[in-house]
Design a protein around this ligand. Structure first.
Ligand code: E4P
Length: 218
């Protein structure tokens, strides 16, 4: 399973990249706003900065919600850098735009997906990635992981090549459960990635090895 980081924060991307396990980045308008980025030029510059830090797909979201607007904006985003994946919302005009981008060879990420039916539409349009938001589903008292399992089954039935990008990850257990379910990618906050390291027996074991080595050294 590929690991993407879900942030527009350059320090966090640098920290994840330094671990040597980072495969890509996803952003969204809320994550840009969180960084205090204002103005279109600053947003575009942040995408380029991120692309230069990570050798993998970087999702950049369109703001337009009509077909023509999404094509114009997505084309501009794709021209920024080879790593850019155009992130498009799961609405009828979005699906039309994904079909056009697919025909033009521009990679896409269909975002705001909350059902297997929506994931089926994204795959039929040729999306490179589909982003089911598992944390937001859990927040609304449904089971986000069940949706991943369902999409894995539906895609396998027909050999769809769209990659399942589990999004809205809230904790390390979400990552592990997505891996069990067969998600192709998990996009995670840095805290969830770092949470994977944690086990008290690792800390206790390391402490004991170091203490015992002091005896060996004399
Ligand atoms: C990523 O592509 C999504 O936009 C993101 O994971 C949403 O996460 P949230 O539900 O924590 O906002």
């Amino acid at each position: 399973m590929d690991f993407f980081i879900d942030t527009a924060n350059l320090d966090q991307i640098k920290e994840a990249e330094a671990l040597g396990i980072l495969d890509g980045v996803t952003t969204n308008p809320s994550l840009m706003a969180k960084e205090g980025i204002t103005g279109r030029n600053a947003v575009l510059k942040r995408y380029v900065d991120i692309c230069e830090m990570v050798n993998g797909p970087v999702s950049a979201e369109v703001i337009a919600t009509d077909y023509a607007g999404m094509i114009k904006e997505g084309t501009e985003l794709a021209e920024l850098h080879d790593n850019i994946v155009v992130k498009v919302p799961m609405i009828p005009d979005g699906i039309k735009a994904i079909r056009t981008f697919t025909e033009q060879g521009i990679p896409t990420n269909c975002t705001l997906v909350f059902s297997a039916g929506q994931a089926l539409l994204a795959a039929k349009a040729g999306a490179t990635f589909v982003s089911p938001f598992i944390g937001r589903i859990d927040d609304s008292n449904w089971d986000g992981i069940e949706l991943i399992e369902q999409i894995v089954e539906v895609y396998a039935n027909y050999g769809f090549e769209t990659q399942i990008l589990a999004a809205s990850i809230r904790n390390p257990l979400h990552i592990v459960r997505c891996a069990e379910a067969g998600a192709d990618v998990a996009t995670c906050p840095l805290s969830s990635i770092m949470g994977l390291f944690k086990h008290p027996l690792t800390d206790i074991g390391l402490e004991k090895f170091l203490a015992d080595y002091k005896k060996v050294e004399g």
